[in-house]
Design a protein around this ligand. Sequence first.
Ligand SMILES: NC(=O)c1ccc[n+]([C@@H]2O[C@H](COP(=O)([O-])OP(=O)(O)OC[C@H]3O[C@@H](n4cnc5c(N)ncnc54)[C@H](OP(=O)(O)O)[C@@H]3O)[C@@H](O)[C@H]2O)c1
Length: 265
Amino acid sequence: MKKILLVGCGAMGGAILSGCLAKGLWKKEEVYLKEHSLEASKEKAARYGVNISQDGSIASDADMVIVAVKPNIVLGVLEEISKYKPRRVLSIAAAVTLETLENNLPEGTEVIRCMPNTPASVGEGMAAIAAGKLTSNEFLSEAVEIFNALGKSAVVTERQLDELGALSGAGPGYAFVIIDALSDAGVLIGLPRKLAIQAAAQTLYGAAKMVLETGKHPAELRDQVTSPGGTTIAGIYAMEQGGLRAALIDGVKACLDKSDAMAKK
Ligand SMILES: NC(=O)c1ccc[n+]([C@@H]2O[C@H](COP(=O)([O-])OP(=O)(O)OC[C@H]3O[C@@H](n4cnc5c(N)ncnc54)[C@H](OP(=O)(O)O)[C@@H]3O)[C@@H](O)[C@H]2O)c1
């Protein structure tokens, strides 16, 4: 029976846990969690039906330790679990580098960095995965298996992982703003809010599915829906005049700049 230690079971840790349990990748009895306090661990363990390892000692014979706490807490967690000489550690913390992980864990620990996103909780996540110096193919395959079960994943260089953090890691945040803005537009032109939100969300979902399933460039798909002198190109023109494309590009770049600045601290 395998053993998984999950340190931090908040938005992302919880999404990974519930997804892996739902997909049958992990059995409840195989998972141990450690939250910031015993009370919190008890509450989360009861919610998911898993075990607790409040001192983290299960790390000594766990197949994998997943570190899913906020970046500023990671070093403390690494210090705590290092006592138990973990074999394999996967961190999802933004801006905590492979080098930092390797330097703060016992020599020989296999490490992986992963940048998931919250749609993993509904099986539609996108995760970037980068391996450390000593990471075995077996550990990497296990990580890919986990994140493919929660959506899609890509094994990338560490720099690409940071770049994907700004695109897909933070991306659901951008998408929620876009859906909210489109629903505002629907309300402005006379639609009820609930219907406008459903129409905006389903339209983005459907368009995204078309890009993924047809493999066509999004510009080609856009061309197919913009007839000359038509209504859609009139809408796109107004949006471009409002700086839609540049705002999205600037937003992703600002997110990466912030993540780079945090990594330097
Ligand atoms: N959310 C995302 O979209 C996303 C995407 C990609 C990567 N990430 C990364 O995922 C990590 C977690 O983010 P999150 O959004 O899931 O944060 P979160 O919801 O705050 O979850 C962190 C969890 O860790 C717990 N915790 C705090 N100190 C702890 C300790 N010493 N030992 C064990 N558990 C402790 C927190 O408990 P309390 O809240 O009670 O303190 C909380 O339940 C971050 O490093 C972030 O960079 C997040």
